[in-house]
Ligand binder design. Structure first.
Ligand code: GDP
Ligand code: MG
Length: 752
């Protein structure tokens, strides 16, 4: 809503500084006001009229001429504009300034149709000299019009033609001078303009062609009289201008004819083309087909026009040399930056939700693999660059190319971070599913009881995991963008999978070791238990004749235990190696496994022995041994005691015999050497690859683990001195009990 006071003062005109509402632009926009200020709303106006979206498909016309020669009237009739016109009764001076309006006339149809997006500038109050003012504004507006317009309409009364000293001629002199100044800096592009003379109140007595010749003669004279800047002394008027001429009848005296002629004139505002080499003063005939020759166009994209025009005006007002190429570069920088920001906004809208989703995943410790990220990332990139190209490529090529590279850099920085996050997530989830898949397959294999091939499972799952990652990485690749080749990430991923495989294999080795150890434990439990049980028989010497083995004696108990132990472990080792090889364990891993197996097995044996010699157990064995010797004869027949028997003698003999077992049991010694077995040699040195951190579950073994301060002798001590003595005492008591009972039974037998 506009304040009523503003409405009263300015009517419907949109003047500099006013708030931009569509209604206010009905009658155009004041581009430059009386104070020589440039409007901040020009771009809004161009947007509203639709011209801003036209790219290069727009045209700029300016009108020049003395005050009150019917310029605004002409434009309003030609283009349906509503520029302020001096009222016929008041004859009041219209304001200074430059107004712009879009063409509101359809302008006929077919070949007669006017060009699209014609923008008309009504330059008011140019003719300062008539009012005795300085020519400052006249110069400035001429410069501005020349820097922007394709066609300059020069409005002139018929009776002014030929009056060389006339006001119009002075104005033209200014235009020419200004033009030379302007294009001094811009020799390479040297844009041409069309000076379109419209002769008003043409009575008809003098044909247009005569008027034309007179004007041409005048123009040539003016040009010759100009003092030209250095380097341009030889330049000709036709180097810069083409000329066209038209005459209109008196508007008030011949209103109908005026209207028809204006109508006809309007049809000339079409896009034309030059059919022959006929420039400058002789161009008029060529332009019958349409006044807008492409070479007149200033090549400022419509969406950059307001910035460009403002920059030009700023330089003019500040009396700087107008340098159009530099202006165009500055404009290109400004606009390319602006367009870049716009397209990045759309890019941002597409990418930000993905970035947020990814960040959320990271925050929660669950990196997300975003679905179809490659597709959406690529689409956003292409769309953004394309949108930039469409708008920005109309500007200065060098600047555009540079800004495009900048834009791509910005896009790629964002995408790169996003893609790396994606691959990090794919990496993490890939490794996890690989690890799960292997573990799952192992479990299934175990459940089925069938022997599963660990190496095969790993190989199979690795192929799956690699394929998945590769396809994700491939989907992210952008053609021609080197950073989007994720070979390095792929290699890292594969390396990680191998590390996981190694860890899983290690676990598998542990499981295997546990199984083998369990087997060793159960085998030793049986066989060692059996050896100790044999102690219960006092006739251990009689052995097992049916198997044909060497007769066993109590003395080689430890030899037998050692042998059975070594044989059992050997068998376990064979099983272990066979299985470990099946899952591609390295020799190193196997060596470590075997070393651990031997150590653990010794522990198992040692524990089993300790269990056998536990107080109650061993005492029972000794008692059995003694009773066997004492209560049975050589043939194994139980003795019936008689009073005549030498009970005491037999008791002593059996007791002494059993007592010899105690020192034997106390030390693990081999019969041949009367020394403990070479346990350290048998276990062997720890392989170099053993990590002490992994070996905490191993109990130290005296004589093997030097640091433990326990000797091999101590390791092989089964019963301590104290325990031994205690055992002797207890055994004797037990034996005594048996003896007393035998004695009693002998007497009792007689009594019966
Ligand atoms: P500007 O100052 O050049 O824009 O002139 P205006 O368009 O405001 O018109 C100034 C005066 O000239 C107005 O009173 C118009 O009615 C009058 N006028 C407009 N067109 C013509 C014309 O073709 N012939 C004559 N004699 N007067 C005209
Ligand atoms: Mg006017």
């Amino acid at each position: 809503a506009t304040a009523p006071s503003v409405m009263t003062m300015n009517g419907h005109f949109a003047a500099v500084g006013e708030a931009p509402t569509k209604e206010q632009y009905e009658r155009g926009i004041q581009v430059i006001d009386e104070e020589q200020a440039f409007t901040p709303h020009l771009n809004t106006y161009l947007q509203i009229t639709g011209a801003a979206q036209s790219g290069f498909n727009y045209h700029l016309i300016s009108v020049f001429g003395s005050q009150s020669t019917g310029k605004s009237t002409l434009l309003n009739n030609l283009f349906g504009t509503e520029f302020g016109v001096m009222s016929e009764t008041e004859r009041r001076q219209t304001t200074k300034g430059i107004w712009m309006s879009n063409n509101k006339r359809e302008g006929g149809s077919g070949p007669e149709k006017m060009a699209d997006n014609i923008l008309v500038m009504d330059v008011e109050g140019t003719d300062g000299r008539e009012r005795g003012e300085d020519q400052d504004f006249e110069r400035k507006s001429a410069l501005f019009a020349l820097a922007t317009s394709e066609v300059l309409i020069v409005n002139i009364w018929e009776h002014q033609v030929g009056l060389y000293q006339g006001a119009n001629m002075g104005l033209l002199k200014t235009v020419f001078e200004v033009n030379l100044q302007l294009f001094l800096k811009d020799k390479q592009s040297n844009p041409r303009s069309l000076l379109f003379f419209v002769i008003r109140d043409h009575i008809g007595a003098t044909p247009l062609s005569n008027l034309r010749n007179t004007l041409i003669a005048d123009l040539t004279n003016i040009w010759t009289s100009l003092s030209k800047p250095p380097g341009l002394e030889k330049s000709k008027i036709e180097d810069y201008f083409d000329f066209a001429f038209a005459a209109l009848p008196h508007k008030i005296l011949q209103p109908d004819k005026f209207v028809t002629e204006v109508e006809r004139l309007g049809t000339r505002f079409r896009v034309g083309h030059r059919s022959a080499k006929s420039h400058g003063l002789h161009s008029d005939h060529e332009l019958e087909g349409g006044v807008f020759l492409p070479e007149y166009h200033r090549r400022i994209p419509a969406d950059g026009f307001s910035v460009y025009a403002e920059g030009i005006w700023d330089q003019i007002v500040n009396n700087k040399d107008l340098d159009l190429p530099t202006q165009q570069e500055l404009l290109a920088q400004f606009r390319c930056d602006e367009i870049s920001r716009e397209v990045l906004e759309a890019f941002d809208a597409a990418i930000l939700p993905l970035e947020e989703k990814q960040a959320e995943g990271v925050r929660l410790g669950k990196p997300t693999v975003l679905k179809d990220l490659g597709v959406s990332g690529k689409a956003a990139r292409v769309k953004t660059v394309k949108a930039f190209e469409t708008e920005a490529s109309r500007y200065h090529k060098g600047v555009y190319t540079r800004k495009r590279v900048e834009l791509e850099g910005k896009i790629d920085t964002r995408l790169k971070a996003l893609y790396q996050g994606q691959l990090a997530a794919a990496h993490k989830s890939g490794v996890a599913s690989f690890s799960d898949a292997v573990a799952g397959a192992v479990k299934t294999g175990q459940k089925k009881g069938a022997s599963y091939e660990f190496a095969d499972i790993v190989a199979r799952e690795k192929v799956v995991a690699l394929k998945q990652f590769e396809s994700e990485a491939r989907s992210l690749a952008i053609e021609g963008v080197p950073w989007s080749n994720f070979k390095q990430q792929y290699n890292l991923y594969e390396k990680d999978l191998d590390e996981v495989s190694a860890r899983l294999r290690k676990e598998e080795m542990r499981r295997l070791a546990t199984r083998v150890e369990r087997w060793v434990r159960s085998r030793l439990g049986e066989s060692v238990g059996l050896e100790f049980n044999k102690l219960g028989s006092g006739r251990g010497g009689s052995g097992a004749p049916e198997t044909g083995e060497k007769p066993l004696t109590e003395k080689d108990l430890w030899d037998r235990i050692w042998n059975v132990f070594v044989a059992t472990v050997k068998e376990a080792e064979t099983r272990f190696v066979e299985r470990a090889k099946s899952f591609d364990a390295s020799q190193d891993e196997i060596d470590v496994g075997l070393w651990r197996l031997r150590r653990k097995s010794w522990g198992v044996l040692r524990a089993k022995i300790d269990e056998e010699v536990m107080e109650g157990n061993i005492l029972l064995k000794l008692r059995e041994n003694f009773e066997d010797k004492f209560r049975y004869d050589e043939a194994g027949v139980p003795r019936i005691w008689r009073p005549t028997d030498d009970i005491e003698g037999m008791y002593t003999k059996a007791k002494e015999s059993t007592l010899t077992l105690i020192p034997l049991l106390s030390r693990f010694r081999l019969a041949a050497t009367y020394a403990p077995p070479e346990l350290p040699d048998w276990i062997g040195n720890a392989p170099a690859s053993v990590d002490p951190k992994d070996e905490e579950d191993l109990t130290p073994i005296g004589g093997v683990d030097e640091e433990e301060g326990k000797s091999l002798e101590e390791e092989m001590t089964i019963l301590s001195e104290a325990k031994r003595q205690d055992l002797v005492v207890r055994f004797k008591k037990t034996a005594d009990g048996v003896y007393v009972e035998a004695k009693r039974s002998a007497i009792g037998g007689v009594a019966q």
